[in-house]
Design a protein around this ligand. Sequence first.
Ligand SMILES: N=CN[C@@H](CCC(=O)O)C(=O)O
Ligand SMILES: [Zn+2]
Length: 416
Amino acid sequence: MGGKLFYNAAITTPLMGGAPAAGAAQGRVASWEKGALFVEGGLVAAVGGEAEVRAALAAKDAEIEEERDCEGAAMIPGFVDPHTHICFAARREKEFTMRLQGKTYLEILGAGGGILSSVNAVKAASEEELFETTRENVLSALNFGTTTMEVKSGYGLDTAEELKMLRVIARLGEETPLDIVPTFMGAHAVPAEYKGRADDFVDILVDEMLPAVKKQGIARYCDVFCETGVYTVPQSRRILEAARKLGMKLRIHADEVDDTQGAGLAAELRVASAEHLLAANEKNLKAMAAAGVIADVLPATAYSLRKPYADARRMIELGVPVALASDCNPGSCFCESMPFVFGLAVMNMNMTVEEALTGCTLNAAWAVGLQDKVGSLETGKQADFLLLDGDSPTILAYHAGVSPVMEVYKKGVYVA
Ligand SMILES: N=CN[C@@H](CCC(=O)O)C(=O)O
Ligand SMILES: [Zn+2]
């Protein structure tokens, strides 16, 4: 089998360890100023300094079918976005205006807007319409360099609509170049008809929805919005434990607006990742570090909600592995751009470029359980990579307000 050699590239990549990169390891990356990557059968067959890669290929008589001079461009792994609600039917621009005028996110949700207005839009859309709208947004993310993406349901909130969303999410994985990781989030809000009776809806979630989702066989993760006025810690625990019994992996929206001890629950249940964490307390962050729970931090959401950013620096000091995600959704954060997220992480959360790179790639891959396939440029992994309009990943923070992603490759093939 022959392959394609990408040479004269300034390659930077995190490297796999036995666990998500935490503490000092988050900032450790490998780089080759004059590097090369050899792709065979969609996988990385060799990577490193150009001279060494060429010598290794010659030594094993590898057939180089095609060569590409990258002209010194920076090459990094494709972005893995581990937290999105990108499957939605309608935008919520008016609500954004209300927030600009002083209404809070939870006030809008409490008054039947927010997530609940997205639920009405999904119900009104046909499956085909929902797919088409979502596909456009996903392809836009691909243009910004996202090659793997987690996508949550959670704008259905009844069994039929949640299963519809999950079918659409599965189809995205089949009909776009991206690897898609489906998450069931039937506990994204309390449906209007259960207002004041959240426990009754938790019964439905546990007794009806989760078994139906399990039977459908699409969702890999189950997620819950643990927050003031949404689901309490005991309700979230009940839902997540039921999902775990059915064989699903877990993640949780924790301490986004208020410290409701969601991060503590994340540690107790040893979920894959706890997400948001703007209001998480030190004790619970330490518990997360001890339990090996990844923090998915979402700086574009803090930006869009005009909130203080999650304390990623402190998380790294405490040994919590940090992943970065877009949280693309029509309400709290309409942003599918991982370069924007990267820039915010470096400029507003004081992460180093190397820490941010690990957060957007390898730690994010761990957060969605795909660390053996994606998230770093290493032999045997998928050749998912980006060429940037700059000579290092620093360009992602330095060139503000644009996307420096020039070319996107998935399994070695140019896709955007
Ligand atoms: N906070 C809960 N869920 C989403 C927002 C979803 C929406 O507002 O539609 C988030 O992660 O930010
Ligand atoms: Zn979310």
